[in-house]
Every structure is written in structure tokens, then in C-alpha cells.
Ligand binder design. Structure first.
Ligand SMILES: Cc1cc2nc3c(=O)[nH]c(=O)nc-3n(C[C@H](O)[C@H](O)[C@H](O)COP(=O)(O)OP(=O)(O)OC[C@H]3O[C@@H](n4cnc5c(N)ncnc54)[C@H](O)[C@@H]3O)c2cc1C
Length: 382
């Protein structure tokens, strides 16, 4: 059931992190072009992730015994907001830090925690998420990839698709069928950690419209997995995946995908006297962004209170991606009102990049229609 989203303030001790991160980023990202900044959590730079790790900014919410900083969700919100706001290339560690580490902490055995979590905090282990398959995206329960019990371990066969960073990650947390058939739907699904260097794993990058190859197809041909590849309980994969998606759907990354364009356009407006239409566009964008930020923060507050606000997170993602997609269109229309005025090349490049990738914002992490189904269920409408 959906609950109210209370206005939530960031505690001062977490807000204090902002200045430190901002100062580091001003230096570390100096000279990065706006169209590169626009890639941000699609931008891969393992060296940059290591620099964050050296400052203790990976695994911020993990316990200290695993190399984490034992901070709360608000500190993580501040860090994420600064990284995304500046357009930092965070994709190398993003999934491991946001999703895989909390999942391993919650469901992993002591040995799994000891092995993976310190490596995630040190930016030595990058993860990808193997949920979608050819023919199974929105209807995730229909996946066909199977891990069969085999000599104390598992024998993995099947394939995944659209797997962000599979070609640059060390591990995949894959949702697979460990018993039953496709007709059993949510029953018989489990999560396994796949070491992507194992024999029988092949990865083929897919190029997107903008020419970037950030996701891949992954094939498993009789891959021998050890017994401890299973994470959590056998057959509990569906519940585990749904808990994971609450982390994935509510964060600032669902608001700021077009912020590099907004910054670049603002700088352009400041250089010339912005007309009334530009001011109105800016007002419309900022007023929506302020409300959505407050909602995202309220979801962080619920996570901090130990709740699992899956419906609220879906609401923030649906509305947030709508704004992210609207920004390139609004800015493009505003610039297009004056075809006689030259537009600086970096601004044009950033606009062109976002026009090409913006449709994916409402696909990745669950489509708009699927989220609205979840929200309707949360509201008791279906
Ligand atoms: C940039 C990007 C990165 C991604 N990264 C990953 C990743 O790292 N790991 C991973 O596992 N997946 C990843 N995905 C895949 C993503 O999760 C799927 O694309 C998404 O879930 C949709 O599945 P599909 O592509 O099979 O489309 P389909 O499920 O076939 O949907 C096609 C259209 O039909 C609509 N539709 C489907 N079912 C219904 C319904 N019941 N009611 C109403 N409408 C419906 C959908 O909303 C959509 O508009 C990524 C996708 C993108 C674009």
C-alpha cells in the first residue's frame, strides 16, 4: 500500500559532506565537456571510481568491517546528488555500490560478504545486473536462463540482454530459474553471482543510437558455478529482486539525467539576455525538479527508517524520468525559437546526445507502463 511522502530534511552532518565532495569534483572533473558530463552514470572510468574509493566514498552505507563508511541513506543521497549533478563518470562502480553491495549484505553468507564487500568498497569488483532476457523484459517472471544443480554446484545455461556494463564488470548477479518451468512464473527463481571470467561465458557489447556501447548480450554455455554462487535462498529470487528494485528506482539518478544540458544551457542564457520564454522554461523545469527532489528525499527517508517503499520509489521514477525526458525537448524548443542566433557547439552536442538517449530513461529499471501498474496496485486500484 502507498504511504504519504513526508517532507524530509537532510541532517546537517550529512549535508556537511556536500562541500567536500563538490570541492573534489571541481578539481577532478575540470575540463570535462558537457556532453561527456551528460553520460554520468553511463560514463565508465574505473580510475575515477578508484579515486572515490580512496576517499571512502564507495560503500558509504556499508559497515566499517567490510571497508564501508557506516553512513546512512542521507549521506548517500548527498554524495549521489553531487556526483550526478556534476556529471561525474560513475558507471564503473554504480551498480555494485547502489544495488549489489546492499543485496550481498542482506542475503549473503558471511563468506560471501567477506569476499565481495571489501572489493566493492575498494573499486576492485564491478557488478552488472542480469535480469532481462530476449523475450523477457517487463514480464521478468518468464525468464528461461537455468542453473541446474550439478555435482554440488550449478550448471548455467541461457542468455541475458541489455546488461549494463557486462563487458566491463567482474561479476553479474543474475536472476535464473533453479527449478520448475516457465509456467511456474515467480516460483523456482533464484539469484546467482556469476564470475564473468568463467569458461562458457561470452559477452557481446551492443552499440546504442549515440554510438556508445554501455550494455551487452551475455551468453552462458554450460558454465560451471560453485555451490556458493547462490545468493540468498534458493527459490526466493523474485522477492529478493523486488527488494533490490526499491534501491534502484528512487534515487537522484532518476531526476538528473539531463542536468548537464540544463547547466550548459543556463550558462548560455547567462551570456546573453535571456528572453521571457527562456525564463518561463527555466521556471517550469526548476519548480518540477524541486518537488521531485523532495519526493526522492522522502523515499530516502523511508529507506533510512528501514522501510521498503517500492510503490513510492516507482512513483518517483515515473515522474522523474518524465521530467528528464522533457528537459531536452523544452530546451530544444526554446533554442529553436531563434534560429538566427548561433548556439555554441558543446551545447548543441549535449542536446543532440540527450535527444538520442532520452527515450531509454523510461525503459531502464522498469518501463513507465510497468511502474504505473505497480503504483495502481499500491493505491489499491487493481
Ligand atoms: C539503457 C538501458 C539499460 C538497461 N540495463 C539493464 C541491465 O543492466 N540489466 C537488465 O537486466 N536489464 C537492463 N535493461 C533492460 C530493461 O530493464 C528492459 O528494456 C525493460 O524492462 C523493458 O523490457 P523489454 O525491453 O523486453 O520491453 P518489453 O517488455 O517487450 O516492453 C515493450 C513495451 O511494451 C510495454 N508493455 C510490456 N508489458 C506491458 C503490460 N503488461 N502492460 C502495459 N504495457 C506493457 C512496455 O512498457 C514497453 O513500452 C536496460 C535497458 C536500457 C534501455
Amino acid at each position: 500500500m502507498i504511504d504519504t511522502l513526508e517532507l524530509t530534511a537532510i541532517p546537517p552532518e550529512d549535508e556537511a559532506l556536500r562541500a567536500e565532495v563538490r570541492a573534489f569534483l571541481a578539481d577532478a572533473l575540470d575540463g570535462l565537456e558537457p556532453d561527456e558530463r551528460a553520460r554520468s552514470w553511463m560514463g565508465f572510468d574505473a580510475g575515477f571510481s578508484r579515486q572515490l574509493a580512496e576517499r571512502g566514498w564507495l560503500g558509504l552505507t556499508l559497515p566499517r568491517e567490510y571497508g564501508g563508511a557506516a553512513r546512512g541513506h542521507f549521506a548517500r543521497f548527498v554524495l549521489s546528488e553531487e556526483l550526478l549533478g556534476a556529471g561525474a563518470p560513475v558507471s564503473a562502480h554504480w551498480i555494485a555500490d547502489r544495488q549489489s553491495a546492499p543485496l550481498i549484505l542482506k542475503y549473503g553468507t558471511p563468506a560471501q560478504r567477506d569476499f565481495y564487500l571489501p572489493r566493492i568498497c575498494a573499486a576492485q569488483a564491478f557488478f552488472c545486473i542480469g535480469m532481462s532476457e530476449p523475450g523477457s523484459g517487463s514480464d521478468l517472471a518468464s525468464i528461461r536462463t537455468r542453473a541446474e544443480p550439478d555435482g554440488g554446484g550449478w550448471r548455467l545455461n541461457g542468455s541475458k540482454i541489455w546488461t549494463t556494463n557486462a563487458h566491463r564488470s567482474h561479476y553479474m548477479i543474475a536472476l535464473v530459474r533453479t527449478s520448475g518451468t516457465v509456467d511456474d512464473r515467480h516460483q523456482g527463481l533464484s539469484q546467482v553471482i556469476v564470475d564473468l571470467s568463467l569458461p562458457g561465458v561470452s559477452v557481446r557489447p551492443i552499440e546504442d543510437l549515440a554510438g556508445d556501447a554501455h550494455f551487452s548480450e551475455v551468453f552462458f554455455d554450460n558454465v560451471a558455478l560453485p555451490a556458493d554462487a547462490l545468493i540468498g535462498e534458493e527459490g526466493a529470487g523474485w522477492a529478493q529482486v523486488n527488494a533490490e528494485l526499491a534501491f534502484e528506482r528512487s534515487g537522484p539518478e532518476r531526476l538528473y539525467s539531463s542536468i548537464a544540458l540544463l547547466e550548459c544551457w543556463l550558462a548560455h542564457c547567462r551570456e546573453r539576455d535571456a528572453d521571457a520564454a527562456s525564463r518561463a522554461t527555466l521556471g517550469a523545469i526548476l519548480s518540477q525538479m524541486a518537488v521531485l527532489r523532495a519526493m526522492s528525499l522522502a523515499v530516502a527517508g523511508k529507506l533510512a527508517a528501514g522501510l521498503s517503499p517500492a510503490t513510492e520509489a516507482s512513483l518517483v521514477k515515473d515522474l522523474g524520468t518524465e521530467l528528464e525526458q522533457a528537459i531536452p525537448r523544452l530546451i530544444g524548443d526554446t533554442l529553436g525559437r531563434h534560429p538566427d542566433r548561433p548556439v555554441p557547439l558543446p551545447l548543441l552536442r549535449t542536446l543532440a546526445y540527450l535527444e538520442q538517449v532520452a527515450p531509454t530513461f523510461s525503459l531502464r529499471g522498469g518501463t513507465r507502463e510497468i511502474l504505473r501498474g505497480i503504483i495502481a496496485r499500491g493505491l489499491g486500484l487493481r
